[in-house]
Design a binder for this molecule. Structure first.
Ligand SMILES: Cc1cc2nc3c(=O)[nH]c(=O)nc-3n(C[C@H](O)[C@H](O)[C@H](O)COP(=O)(O)OP(=O)(O)OC[C@H]3O[C@@H](n4cnc5c(N)ncnc54)[C@H](O)[C@@H]3O)c2cc1C
Ligand code: FES
Length: 359
């Protein structure tokens, strides 16, 4: 009799496993489900996809700079009905208010039953673009300017300051890059891309990409853009490749005749990290309203630098003692932006008028 006990247990386990697979197929996997977006569009879903992949298949491209690995926190949507509880992978990206509001990461929520979701209407406007590389120039020892021509669709409407996502062909890597060009030229986009040692996307752009290569982009994305209705004075602060969205904003303002006072601070380590200096000096000559203030934190002797020296925070503090009537656009590393926000707030800027992109 003892001989049969293990066989009976194994048999029971096999039956339970088969039943579980069967119910998974019925409840989760193959049963037809739907995702209803903004109480309006209803998408039928087969299989066990994430909300992110489901939306992508329907050509709805919400931001997903890490490609679904739960490390960027960009792919947020509001879950109105259906779906399970918040996962530990989502927790770090959610504020208490977002948790209460049912905000979730679309790469972490699977469609296992009918879902009702909300995504901002402007995100429904992001598209997938097929493009061709038409320029790849060195701006510094570690920064390149990438120019693409949009082929299909052949133009993108974007606000100065917004970004696009670039898909690295061959590997499942998607990365965000701010658009550095004038929004007036809708069929050619420029990106300023700094090499990150061992970085997947930046190694591809710096070492493998060539003129004529095809690239797939999605966009436009982001709520960091010029507030066009405002008449406040503008402070721009950037470091490294953070110059990209600021350049787009300034080219837009240039076309408007620089109607507002602008002070643009750019922080770099040494002279070899500066770029587009001539472009912004020319803008200064053309518009007395515009001031370009580059600052070096560690100038070398051979730099013969006679401009501002020191941390960008100190330089901003020196030039902008009273920011009561200003708004600020910041782009650079998280540390730089946090430090600059403190200085701006100490100097009486209304913190609702500080706009930034950290990367
Ligand atoms: C909204 C937005 C706009 C952006 N715009 C630009 C832009 O205009 N130009 C630009 O160059 N980048 C921009 N970035 C950053 C860009 O999306 C990538 O994160 C960056 O290029 C690195 O990608 P990678 O695949 O080469 O590196 P990964 O393969 O992702 O990273 C390789 C290693 O480097 C580390 N690492 C990643 N990024 C950095 C960094 N910046 N500094 C130091 N270490 C890092 C990672 O932790 C990892 O260990 C933007 C990011 C966001 C969110
Ligand atoms: S795509 Fe990056 S967290 Fe979801």
């Amino acid at each position: 009799m003892d001989f049969f006990v293990p066989i009976i247990i194994i048999g029971l386990l096999v039956i339970i496993t088969i039943l579980l697979i069967f119910f998974e197929q019925i409840i989760g996997g193959n049963a037809e489900k739907s995702v209803t977006i903004n109480n309006n569009v209803k998408i039928p879903v087969q299989g066990d996809e994430t909300v992110l992949n489901t939306l992508n298949k329907e050509k709805i491209f919400i931001p997903s700079a890490c490609g679904g690995k739960a490390t960027c926190g960009f792919c947020k949507f509001k879950l109105i009905g259906g779906g399970g509880d918040l996962k530990p992978t989502e927790e770090p990206f959610m504020s208490e208010q977002e948790k209460k509001d049912g905000v979730r990461l679309s790469c972490q929520v699977k469609v296992r039953g009918d879902l009702q979701i909300e995504i901002p209407e402007e995100m429904m406007n992001a598209k997938e673009y097929h493009s061709k590389v038409v320029g790849l120039d060195d701006l510094t020892h570690d920064i390149k300017l990438l120019k693409v021509e949009l082929i299909e669709p052949d133009h993108m409407d974007f606000k100065p300051g917004q970004y696009a996502q670039l898909r690295v062909p061959g590997i499942e890597v998607i990365r965000a890059y701010s658009i550095a060009s004038n929004p007036k030229d809708k069929s050619h986009l420029e990106f300023i891309i700094r090499m990150v040692p061992k970085g997947k996307a930046t190694s591809f752009v710096h070492k493998a990409l060539d003129i004529g290569d095809k690239l797939i982009l999605t966009g436009p994305y982001g709520d960091f853009f010029l507030q066009e209705e405002s008449d406040k004075e503008i402070i721009c602060i950037a470091g490294g490749s953070g110059k990209a969205p600021i350049r787009s904003i300034l080219s837009y303002l240039k076309d408007q005749g620089m109607p507002r006072k602008v002070k643009y601070f750019f922080g770099a380590k040494t002279k070899k990290d500066l770029y587009y200096t001539e472009e912004f000096r020319a803008l200064e000559k053309q518009f007395p309203n515009f001031k370009y203030i580059p600052a070096l934190s560690e100038p070398l002797k051979e730099d013969n630098w006679d401009g501002e020296v020191g941390l960008i925070t100190d330089v901003v503090n020196k030039h902008c003692p009273d920011l009561t009537n200003s708004e600020a656009y910041l782009c650079g590393s998280p540390g730089m932006i946090d430090a600059c926000c403190n200085v701006l707030e100490n100097n009486k800027i209304n913190k609702d008028f500080i706009y930034f992109d950290k990367f």
